[in-house]
Design a protein around this ligand. Structure first.
Ligand code: GTQ
Length: 349
């Protein structure tokens, strides 16, 4: 897209129409309709031990109850002050200390929790409680009541992934506090998993819900699936073995606005270069390696978190068998017909 020539006559004209809230398209066209994505999102890695240290300090400054949610937001360096990890998504590290409760509330933003540390704290979602363990992916559907309780004897830390910037962009945010810190339990623990998580559905179930009725995807099951698949050797040169979390009533992504994935990349594997338009947040769950994002190398250890912006080339080189969790806004892009991907072997365009 070409820039237009400046002149004093044109400048005077722009100045004159500006007073009537009018702007000439031709002076902003190249910034609006770009030839490739370029939001200003920057590749970045948060080293877990130092983020954890700051979070534990916050644990002494403020209670989970007073904060409502005691979270350190992972702010993309390209979006400081905007509470975004990518243009459309939010990421944060949440701490719930033993004996604490993050009081019940609900909002139109959808959340996923990826458990980083601790064992045995609960989150309660729409009347059902679920125990959280490291590597579990727990979802909170839009407008579902949720509170987090830690009745264990260790601090519990998880990564929050929410569609806050997307909901903000669409101006559709609603939120409210419950009148009690703890919502009432209306279903027994494990009920949703029994009904929807065993490759079966209750007989007569015909309704495809927009969000998955399963709300905890335990890591031991995810890991076991990938470990079993390993024997079959169906490796993707760009992804290793990669699975997406799904809604069993529809086969679609587990949440309407965010996709979540877990992938296994084995020792000494170097993946082929790949890019896609959905900016992605990755968590190293196990293993260690180096991810090269648009030519810049990021070394990671377990629990480090990093961002791959839209359309940046990415390849992974792994030193020890690695499990990588990730989330992005891919469902939104695909529903709107906007999602693109490119493998290194393909031609640009
Ligand atoms: O746990 O409900 O990181 O409402 C940001 C907003 C977590 C939560 C966040 C939230 C939550």
């Amino acid at each position: 897209m070409s820039e237009v020539i400046k002149s004093t006559e044109r400048d005077a004209y722009y100045e004159k129409i500006s007073g009537d809230c009018l702007t000439p398209l031709w002076s902003v066209m190249s910034k609006l309709v770009t030839s490739v994505p370029g939001s200003g999102c920057i590749p970045y890695l948060w080293d877990y031990p130092s983020a954890r240290k700051h979070l534990m300090e916050a644990g002494k400054l403020i209670t989970a109850k007073e904060a409502e949610r005691r979270v350190l937001i992972l702010e993309n360096p390209g979006f400081r002050g905007q509470s975004k990890i990518t243009s459309s998504l939010y990421g944060g590290l949440q701490l719930v200390n033993p004996g604490e409760i993050a009081p019940a509330h609900r909002h139109t933003q959808t959340a996923l929790r990826f458990v980083m540390e601790g064992e045995g704290a609960y989150t309660v979602v729409a009347g059902e409680k679920t125990k959280m363990s490291v590597g579990d992916m727990v979802i909170t559907p839009n407008w579902a009541w949720h509170d987090h309780r830690n009745e264990s004897d260790q601090p519990m830390i998880w990564l929050d992934g929410l569609d806050i910037p997307l909901v903000q962009f669409l101006d559709t945010s609603f939120a409210e506090m419950h009148d009690k810190d703890r919502q009432m339990l209306s279903r027994s623990e494990g009920d949703s998993m029994a009904r929807y998580g065993e490759g079966m559905l209750p007989v007569g179930h015909t309704r495809k819900s927009l969000v998955s009725p399963i709300f905890n995807y335990p890591y031991d099951r995810t890991r076991e699936a990938l470990e079993s698949m390993r024997k079959q050797n169906q490796w993707d040169p760009c992804h290793g073995l990669k699975m997406q979390y799904i809604n069993p009533t529809s086969g679609d992504y587990a949440m309407p606005t965010m996709a979540a994935f877990m992938q296994l990349i084995t020792k000494d594997m170097e993946t082929e270069t790949y890019r896609s338009t959905d900016a992605t947040v990755m968590v190293a769950v196990e293993g260690s390696g180096t991810t090269t994002i648009q030519g810049q190398a990021f070394q990671w250890q377990p629990k480090d978190i990093f961002v791959i912006p839209s359309w940046c080339t990415v390849s992974h080189k792994v030193e020890e068998d690695a499990m990588l969790f990730s989330y992005s806004d891919r469902p939104v892009q695909q529903k709107l017909g906007l999602w693109r991907e490119m493998r290194s072997a393909q031609k640009d365009g």
